[in-house]
Ligand binder design. Structure first.
Ligand SMILES: CC(C)(COP(=O)(O)OP(=O)(O)OC[C@H]1O[C@@H](n2cnc3c(N)ncnc32)[C@H](O)[C@@H]1OP(=O)(O)O)[C@@H](O)C(=O)NCCC(=O)NCCS
Length: 174
């Protein structure tokens, strides 16, 4: 059975195996990873994990163009499967294109319900934060993600051109 856990340095080795599946430098949706993040060294990985954890701490200010966000990792035993994030609120960019929730599953773990399960768990977390609806978006041609959102109760509001390209915007009522 998979579970969602807080990002942890204990999963460094498994995380690196997953990164190799995605490819070096490839964007991993929902992971909070930047192109210049040093994830290979023990120190760099620990710094990144700490930075992810700080983003959910509402007593710590975030940069003006950022919002607070919580990150979880999907794991099975000691195997890292993917990441999912919940932005606590929407700024203009998130309302238009990014949405509240982002997620990505390592290629070898796709197609067995992991993303659908993780979104359901995080919708509960959104409820606990006091949100009454969440926006989830995907590229217009991302069939797997659109299906994941629809399985999660997403109702399509529109398909619009955004800074991320042609974007499907769904609302889930909590
Ligand atoms: C999108 C993604 C997270 C889906 O993860 P997953 O764990 O494979 O998804 P699930 O197994 O929960 O499948 C969800 C639905 O999508 C369908 N699906 C999964 N992969 C599919 C594919 N390649 N083509 C078409 N449908 C697909 C499943 O059949 C399922 O629908 P169903 O319940 O009606 O059968 C995963 O493909 C991924 O990480 N992609 C790259 C990153 C990404 O696109 N993230 C989302 C950004 S918005």
């Amino acid at each position: 059975m998979p579970e969602l856990v807080a990002p942890t340095v204990k999963l460094h080795a498994s995380w690196l195996e997953a990164r190799d599946e995605w490819g070096h430098g490839v964007h991993q949706d929902g992971a909070g990873l930047h192109a210049d993040t040093d994830v290979d060294s023990t120190e760099g990985f620990a710094e990144w994990v700490a930075m992810l954890m700080r983003q959910s701490d509402r007593s710590v200010q975030v940069a003006p163009d950022r919002v607070h966000a919580s990150y979880w990792w999907m794991v099975e035993g000691d195997q890292y499967l993917g990441a999912i994030s919940l932005r606590h609120e929407l700024n203009d960019f998130l309302f238009d294109a990014g949405g509240h929730i982002g997620y990505g599953v390592r290629p070898s773990a796709r197609g067995r319900g992991v993303a659908t399960w993780a979104v359901a768990v995080v919708l509960d977390e959104a409820r606990k934060l006091g949100l009454d609806r969440v926006l989830i978006t995907c590229d217009d041609n991302n069939v797997a993600s659109a299906r994941t959102i629809e399985r999660s109760g997403g109702v399509l509001e529109d398909v619009r051109t955004t800074t991320l390209g042609l974007t499907r915007r769904y609302w889930v009522t909590l």
